[in-house]
Write a protein that binds this ligand. Structure first.
Ligand SMILES: NC(=O)C1=CN([C@@H]2O[C@H](COP(=O)(O)OP(=O)(O)OC[C@H]3O[C@@H](n4cnc5c(N)ncnc54)[C@H](OP(=O)(O)O)[C@@H]3O)[C@@H](O)[C@H]2O)C=CC1
Ligand SMILES: C[C@H](O)[C@@H]1OC(=O)[C@H](O)[C@@H]1O
Length: 257
């Protein structure tokens, strides 16, 4: 009997993840390793990269690490190219992101630049680099980590929200331009997940109650549930999907009243 179960494995694939050493990026890195991928991991802290590399190599995963700030994406790309000059990269996850939560009238130009360069500018130029390599193989998966904040209004900062909305539109436009090269571009829009980025917010009981009031599933997400979506978007199971944003949000974005 023919099979209709797609393979969720990444054996023989090279996957790059930015923001790979904590929270969502770490969960995705481990899930991709479990699926058999060779990994390129990017974050700023060398010691975190080294310990994650050690853990993953102990389980048989080939890992290349680059310590760098994604705002200096050219330097990171240069280091990757030294190792992967004549090789393709099959999956690129633009996960690194940050937020400085403040009311609109208090936003400084320095804060604007840091949020925009980290969350949006780096994602575009990494996508540009990844696509150049994916075109040679005629296949690739670019996954952008957006947020529900890119789709509905949150109280956690307008600049962050703008960058996350931009990633959704960038996803659609790059999907349109690069579809003919077999490059799929999709995004993930998480609601709250327990990470360093959200730790302080999730320690505030009133804030958590506000989150749960807006969440049909009445709970905070588990990182495994987000990694699962990232595996789906990286494997053949999603090969006919491009330009889409999958909200992994406990139903938050459909909650009208
Ligand atoms: N957690 C959540 O509830 C949600 C998260 N998201 C998005 O998911 C993504 C990951 O968030 P989350 O896991 O929570 O964040 P964390 O702060 O927990 O982890 C961020 C990761 O990115 C790295 N990183 C941060 N800034 C930079 C930088 N400038 N250059 C390179 N690496 C960097 C960090 O390592 P290091 O500091 O060593 O560089 C770390 O590995 C972000 O884009 C965020 O906007 C979206 C919706 C909800
Ligand atoms: C769900 C949102 O993205 C949320 O907003 C924030 O400020 C946190 O940083 C989370 O990312």
């Amino acid at each position: 009997m023919e099979s209709y179960l797609p393979s969720f494995d990444l054996k023989g694939k090279v996957a790059a993840i930015t923001g790979a050493t904590k929270g969502i990026g770490r969960a995705i890195s481990i899930a991709y390793a479990e699926a058999g991928a060779e990994l390129i991991l990017v974050s700023r802290t060398e010691s975190d990269l080294e310990s994650l590399k050690e853990e993953l190599e102990a389980r048989g995963t080939k890992v290349f690490t680059v310590a760098g700030d994604v705002q200096k994406y050219e330097e990171i790309i240069g280091k990757i190219e030294e190792q992967y000059k004549d090789k393709t990269i099959d999956v690129w996850v633009n996960n690194a992101g940050m937020n400085i939560r403040s009311e609109a009238e208090k936003v400084t130009e320095e804060e604007w630049n840091q949020i925009v360069q980290t969350n949006m500018k780096s994602a575009f130029f990494f996508s540009q680099y990844a696509a150049k390599k994916m075109k040679s193989s005629g296949y690739g998966k670019i996954i952008n980590m957006s947020s529900v904040g890119g789709h509905v209004a949150l109280r956690t900062g307008v600049v962050y929200a703008m960058t996350k909305a931009a990633l959704i539109q960038m996803t659609k436009t790059l999907a349109l331009e690069w579809g003919k090269h077999g490059i799929r571009v999709n995004a993930i829009g998480p609601w709250y997940f327990p990470t360093a980025l959200t730790e302080k917010l999730l320690q505030d009981e009133d804030y958590v109650n506000d989150i749960l009031a807006q969440t049909p599933l009445k709970r905070i997400g588990e990182l495994k549930e987000l990694a699962g979506t990232a595996v789906f978007l990286a494997t053949e199971a999603s090969d006919y999907m491009t330009g889409q944003t999958l909200f992994v949000d406990g139903g938050m974005t459909i909650y009208g009243f």
